[in-house]
Design a protein around this ligand. Sequence first.
Ligand SMILES: [Zn+2]
Ligand SMILES: [Zn+2]
Length: 148
Amino acid sequence: MTTDASTAVHEGGCVCGATRYRVEGEPLRVTICHCLWCQRRTGSGFAVEAVFANKQVAFSGATRSRYRHVSDESGRWLEIEFCPTCATALGFTLEAAPGIRAVEAGTFDDPGWISAKRFAFRHVFTRSHRDWSEIPAGAETYETHFRR
Ligand SMILES: [Zn+2]
Ligand SMILES: [Zn+2]
């Protein structure tokens, strides 16, 4: 038996432990989103989103609560998912990108796994980047989103 990056399993979950998940393999990409919506929904300066194909991610435990938001800018929906008990943000799906989901990188049991040394990070919506943290020199940056 060998374990390589494509079959390695990483687990995570919310702060109260009611909602758990496991992912198989590596993220398709990691996006650090500085948009105002992510700032508000996380209460922070940005969101760190590890993006996986839906089939790589399996949830267990409590049924996640969902909230569907329609973007003022694109008119398309984004659906955030969170623990019904402790409200930890667990990730979201997007109308614009079917078949994939973002997992909030800070919810992995081993938070060091999603490392900038290991994966290429893309910084998006840098037009609303706050000055609370630096974007590293040489990082891949987009004023809005690379999907536009
Ligand atoms: Zn919870
Ligand atoms: Zn965002």
